[in-house]
Design a protein around this ligand. Sequence first.
Ligand code: PLP
Length: 384
Amino acid sequence: MHLSERGLNPPVSGIRAMFELAREYDNVINLCIGEPGFPTPPNVIGAGRDALYKGYTKYTPNAGIPGLREALSQKLLRENKIQADPETEIIVTAGGVEAVLLAMMVTVNPGDEVLVPIPSWPNYPEQIKFVGGTMVPVPAYEKDGFVPTKENIEERITEKTKVLVLNSPNNPTGGVISRGEMEEICKLVRKHDLTIISDEPYERLLYDGAEHVSPASLPDMKEHVITVNTFSKTFAMSGWRVGYASGPKQAIGAMVQIIEQVTSSVNAAAQYACIEALNHTEKAIQKMVKGYQRNRDILVEGLNGCKNVSCRCPLGAFYAFPNIQDTGLTSAQLAADIVKEVQVVTTPGPAFGIYGEGYLRLSYASSETEIREAVKRLQQYFNR
Ligand code: PLP
């Protein structure tokens, strides 16, 4: 078969490579996975099941069922201080990943530059390639709390810059952009008339009093931001594949037209389950966040007890991003050696872009027992 350029060179995931390596060993602890170890709350599962028995087994409107868009509109106002009309300014998507891609499709022309703070979720650069844009990495250094400074952003703005991707709390670093930092970034965005794609899947996973600030909630920003989110993380619903986006009417309207050609609306029963998730899971969320915080404390303290490793305490998400530069090994060499010696799977930092060299990502979304065992093995490895 004759394949296209894309067919011949499909994206490769640095995370999957570690999975493959780990398959060769028994008794592996996998800290590569970026998904909640908790089950979906039972009332949400019940709502999905009831929806199926009620006969919600057919196509839904491309933008999502009206009840879910209404519940999302209320959630956005209540939790994010964003006003979004459920009829015209909200779209339900197949996970956050589709929402980010659609957002890029309606904002980036071939040749446009897209600023991405690095380290970042590896899908942004690949999706930017899909739409023919050029990714411009902006360093988000450890010394700055893994948050891009306004100077580092502004230095990279050219006439071709159209979009800035923000992801706070951040995957893979756990960095959180403070209100003051977000205000400064938004000033730049207005000054240069850019668009922010604000990807906020970890908005509820915050620790030590950190605050989540949606850029679309700041003055004069609504026209500059497409806010993207997902049910995967907060509600432990990664397999249900539901995400959403809100933003200016014209952008969301275009996304609704495009989704028809891609997935033609999201699984109907899953959308009903999501209404339940938005309205009746507060206690379950708080319990999960407490669990993540406990795991974070165990893991970060454990990592800081390892020779040649230092780990900032992340303020959000469920990832630790320790600095391993003093080991004298590259991230990939070290990650491979750790799997070989103590069977703990981590992700080498460069899977998240050029500024990730010298770091590893460890997810602490799994169980406390696994995290404790991982710490024991890591200390055995580093302190031998
Ligand atoms: N954005 C970030 C930063 C993520 O880490 C993820 C998942 O890992 C997503 C978006 C997409 O999640 P999903 O497609 O499951 O909604």
